[in-house]
Design a protein around this ligand. Sequence first.
Ligand code: F6R
Length: 599
Amino acid sequence: MCGIVGYLGGSSAAAQPVLFDLLKRLEYRGYDSAGIAVMNGSIQVLKTKGSVNNLMSETPILRGCCGIGHTRWATHGKPSSKNAHPHCCDTNKIAVVHNGIIENYIEIRDKLIDLGHKFRSETDTEVLPHLIEENYNNDLESSVRQALSMVRGSYALAAISSNDPDKIVVARKDSPLVLGLGETGFFIASDVSGILKYTKDVIFLNDRELAVISHNGIEITTLDGKKVDKKIETIKWNAESAEKSGYPHFMLKEIFEQPDVIRETFSGRMSAEGVDLEVVMPDARRIIITACGTSYHAGLFGRYVIERFARIPVNVEIASEFRYINPIVNSSDLVIGITQSGETADTLAAVREVNLEKSQKFGIVNVPGSSITRESQCLFTRAGPEIGVAATKSFTSQLAVLLLLAVQLGRARKEMSTADANDFVYDLKQMSGNIQRVLNEADNIKKCALVFADADQFLFMGRGANYPIALEGALKLKEISYIKAEGFPAGELKHGPLALIYDGVPVVAIATEGVTYEKMLGNIKEIKARGATVIGIANESDTKIEKYVDRVLRIPDSNPWISPVLSSVVLQLFAYYVADYKGCEIDKPRNLAKSVTVE
Ligand code: F6R
């Protein structure tokens, strides 16, 4: 949600092209408006409604080696050039970019108006430059500190002042911020994929920390002024993984990366004993998984496999609800937060809630250095940077980690024999190759997708561990193609959703081998009898399915607990080709942003 960037190069460096490039790389965090401010004696600001490309197309060349920038996902005030960041104080001597929400901005703005300040936007952020100006006492750092002591809410911000040139002051509370130390200067970004092209050496700011970046280096203190020694961490992701590398969209590239991603997710985690994960906590009496969106669907899948292999009861909770239901959590519970970004405000808050109850907890996360990794032990999914807003490789890598976890818990609790664990691990090792075989069928999946691409409604259904995959298939389709799509447990259709079936409505039925296969065929008959056109996802060796459905998309034969991963890849490609046919902005669907850092 909103990307903030900053750059300070040597005195002959040009900040503007670097800021544009950083913003383009963070655009998946928001694309309602964009802007930069560059220091060259005075502060020069350029901003516009819409994407970073819009900004770049109408921008004169600004000179200066120091600047900040912002790409916005609107919360307070509609997308417009006036509401775009950077925001400045009355004298234009201070400019600020901000990600987060200033909760008491109305109260602060009213006081500042009484003091004579003039506001130009409807944003909460605009109070910050005015407040810094009001508290200005000859240096930017102490004025920012003073201003921040008066605000409530969340922020990652960067501020510059023409009174204190070639210096950027940044601070964070509950919104992410990373500083990069490169050969050509210092970089600031909301997350590492923004700066990977320039450097892998980074410092992650923690909550309530403030950094001053100047030609003398980076100095970090707490908000109340205590010096902090921070470690420089080296990011292992390679820079190319954050590029499109010839694919038309990041989403397609990320779908095609999945065989490699799964190999990486499994690497070093399978041993002679079965599975060897870094964090497990096998003594839990109950597991509570909490997450949002696609990660929540992974959590639902986790429930099926953990209960099956480890016989531990699992509850799966939508993070934004979990916080407010006054959850009953006790010390024998294990809480697992699943989040690709590691920054989703609701998931972080849900996991923090657990601190109060002193139960065990850990995160399943993709982004190194993200907020959840600073608060909990974590299992990394190792999917690499995911830039497309629609989660793809992060989802299958979450499923892969959950399968590993289920096996390890099953072994630790003696619910799974060594022989069964070894057999299962053997099957897991086939997963990457089987995903590749699904990808080899992309042209067939595309042909099928194009037959249905003009439909105005889709239903997805599955049973057992395929039910979360049906939900995920529907989410993928609706978020990138804007077609109405819902996922259902197939057995539940006759309790209401069957009323949605009419002549020709496309229904995607995941009918792969497993205990519910015969039941699925029954459910398919029910909807066919009412006129639905059914696209079945079935195993290669299934000879029956053709008699039941109108079209079949095949996946390689595999263990029924692993085939949901393969079906997910089919549904990702299906959604991608429908959205591409419709000419949708696939990597940046309307109204969405990748990292949801506001509640
Ligand atoms: C959908 C999607 C979202 C995210 C959700 C949680 O494709 O990406 O539904 O899954 O916003 O994000 P993370 O996993 O970063 O917590």
